[in-house]
Design a protein around this ligand. Structure first.
Ligand SMILES: Cc1ncc(COP(=O)(O)O)c(C=O)c1O
Length: 442
């Protein structure tokens, strides 16, 4: 990437989630499968999938051609427009989402999907409050940010009223101080107490990420989702699965909730829905919820609702997942990733915990395994000279693009990655951790 290009861009276009002077530009020029190529022609292994997005892989001609065909035929349309890609996308989504989810509200992002699920929950139940977890991210718009539990919310407070906080299934640092073998899945059962204290008849919905994404890759115990489903049913509360991150094969199933056979009342999605080839989000609704709006107004909408190019991109992306059996492929690589992360934990004292599901892996980095001291305080980023900063630099030097968010080093490549490339990337992480901790993990 030429300095001139970056300077021109920086002059007028802001970077996200960062002080502008500390932003880290990504030198991507084009991509192929699990790799991208920078402006100097160097190949990088994409272990972050461009913000956990490009599940189908970079540069897929089938998706690009579908977008081109749609642009030639119909590039913009009224929200009420009727066209083939929109109808076919609805059918495809009904096929791949959990049984019983069969109508879809379309929008442009994960945040908007959660905004709309929030509104629909209020409209359907006539209740105002919702529950969401502490270490969660649901998007950057005001409603989605109000649901969000993590450090990105406080700078924008006050947000929406009535969001109650539940604890996370964070077994490595159990919020109740319990051992996973004897905890009784308190992270789920405490919801009942929370609701009783709050009056469950005032609560519209519980929002949960299928598997917690950017806040640490928490894979819940198998009992967790069924227990929460039962609690929601007891109190007439809607269960919303935010599968923006964990959906479309990331965990080795179409949606994370499929692992536990739970059907939520609503499921929100984006990212892997189009693999990032065009912006699109969606809320999937159970038929009984959607039926409410057969004769009542659905007070939701946007100008670019069901944008033709996004519909075509999503339809082609789902086609790629199916044709190439990418979801099954991701499930097949689960042991390769899991064992690879365990090996890294065995070799590096800085790795406090390794956890993974499908093609979503997390290494939790610590200064000291005994005390589990995080490498940076909660919500902070690595500062120059710190071990986190050295890990980032060592990864970049080895041309691995991976997210180190606070203490969490994520491995989330496109689902089309080969076992060989996955092992290659893990070997590069191994080298990077060795280099970064050569002088100690401080
Ligand atoms: C679980 C989850 N929900 C919602 C969002 C927001 O999606 P978007 O950035 O498309 O608005 C994200 C984004 O990372 C996410 O990880």
């Amino acid at each position: 990437m030429s300095d001139d290009l970056e300077a021109r861009q920086r002059r007028h276009v802001l970077y996200t989630w960062s002080a502008q002077d500390r932003a880290a530009p990504l030198p991507i020029a084009r991509g192929e499968g699990a790799w991208f190529i920078d402006h100097a022609g160097e190949r990088w292994l994409d272990f972050e999938s461009q913000v956990f997005n490009v599940n189908a892989g970079h540069g897929d001609r089938r998706i690009v051609d579908a977008i081109k065909r749609q642009a030639d035929e119909l590039a913009c349309a009224h929200p009420a427009a009727v066209f083939e890609a929109k109808a076919a996308l609805g059918e495809a989504l009904a096929r791949v989402t959990p049984p019983g989810i069969d109508r879809f509200f379309l929008c442009l992002s994960g945040a908007e999907a959660n905004e709309n699920a929030f509104k629909i929950a209020r409209l359907v139940t006539g209740r105002a409050k919702v529950v969401a977890r502490r270490r969660s991210y649901h998007g950057a718009t005001m409603g989605a940010l109000s649901l969000t539990g993590d450090h990105r919310r406080p700078p924008l407070e006050p947000g929406l009223w009535g969001v109650l906080r539940a604890e996370d299934p964070y077994c490595y640092r159990c919020p109740f101080g319990l051992e996973p073998t004897s905890c009784g899945v308190r992270c789920a059962s405490h919801l009942e107490t929370l609701l009783e204290l709050e009056d469950p008849s005032t609560v519209a919905a519980i929002f949960l990420e299928g598997v917690t994404g950017a806040n640490g890759g928490f894979v819940p115990p198998p009992e967790y989702w069924p227990m929460v489903r039962a609690i929601c049913d007891r109190h007439g509360i809607l269960l919303v699965a935010d599968e923006v991150f964990s959906g479309f094969g990331r965990t080795g199933r179409w949606f994370a909730v499929d692992h536990w056979g739970v059907v939520p009342d609503m499921i929100t999605m984006a990212k892997g829905l189009t693999s990032g080839y065009a912006p699109l989000g969606a809320v999937g609704l159970r038929a009984s919820i959607a039926a409410r709006f057969d004769d009542e107004t659905l007070w939701c909408g946007l100008t670019s609702y069901a944008h033709p190019i996004s519909c075509a991109a999503a339809l082609a992306t789902i086609g790629v997942y199916e044709q190439d059996r990418l979801i099954e492929h991701a499930a097949g690589l689960d042991p390769v990733l899991g064992e690879g992360l365990e090996r890294l934990k065995a070799r590096h004292g800085i790795v406090g915990d390794a956890r993974s599901i499908g093609l979503f892996g997390t290494l939790e980095l610590v200064l000291d395994r005994e005390t589990k001291t995080p490498i940076v305080p909660y919500g902070k980023s690595a500062t120059p000279g710190s071990v986190g900063h050295r890990v980032k630099q060592a990864l970049r030097a080895r041309r691995v693009h991976a997210a180190l968010n606070g203490n969490f080093l994520f491995v989330a490549p496109p689902l089309c990655i080969s076992a060989e490339d996955l092992r290659e990337g893990l070997a590069r992480i191994d080298d990077a951790l060795t280099e970064a901790t050569a002088g100690g993990a401080t």
